[in-house]
Ligand binder design. Sequence first.
Ligand SMILES: [Zn+2]
Length: 311
Amino acid sequence: MLKQRTLKSITRAVGVGIHSGQKVELTLRPAPPDTGIVFRRVDLCPPVDIPVGVMSVSDTRMATTISPGGDPGAPKVQTIEHLLSACAGLGLDNLVIDINADEVPVLDGSAAAFVFLLQSAGIVMQDAPKRFLKVMKPVEVRQGEGKKLMWARLEPHHGYTLSFEIEFDNPAVAATGSQFVFDMGSGKYKKEIARARTFGMTADIDLMRSRGLTLGGSMDNAIVVDDYKVLNADGLRYDDEFVKHKILDAIGDMQVAGMPLLAAYTSFKGGHALNNKLLRALLADESAYEVVSFDDDRAAPKGFAELAPAW
Ligand SMILES: [Zn+2]
């Protein structure tokens, strides 16, 4: 049987939220089978549980934010996508995450620190079948037209692949690889995807700061690009770090479904909003998906039964 996974021990992280600039503490705890991933706002009295789910998503501007029942007026946790991406990359199903503020710390702007943290805590198999959201027919969402067109699509696939294409009107970004395809069964999440950092253009950053966003952002936790070049002294971690970060985000945004997908995901210029719209479109059509598990590991797609290799 392909089993669910949780952490072996409790682990902690401290950092700042990229948008709020606030100091945040996280405690990641093992959880019983079928718990899913649950954020617990321990700074509130009584604490408020926010289970990760497609309908919990309450805001997708700049980052993915969840609230109980998706109510924008309720307590929230924002910027969950990099931590969820790390959980997906390691195949974690069940976790309770105590958080003492409304935003997950950005750490280095990638998922690498979360992967390190989760692997250091250790990962254990649980005696319950791991569930997958199997896509049964193509689902697509689109937005805009002409140069503003963007779309995201899910298609049936025995495995889980993500393909992304970016198109930025910026010479420094355009000079890097604009397309990448990643296979979640390859066992290369940590090596190929996890280290890709979030990025911002100097012009946008000034605008966002004036609106009280990205207050915690700096070259320590993001790639900063002006019109011509990457400003970070050490340059890029991957030649195609921008498009790889978009795949990292998509993996996190899709993990909001509460279980890994069995699908081929493709996106052209999509983002958090379109990713959530795509999952909502999938779940709105009962004939478009099935929840499946594997009694025999050998029936699962290649690489799915193995634990992700250590660093
Ligand atoms: Zn991101």
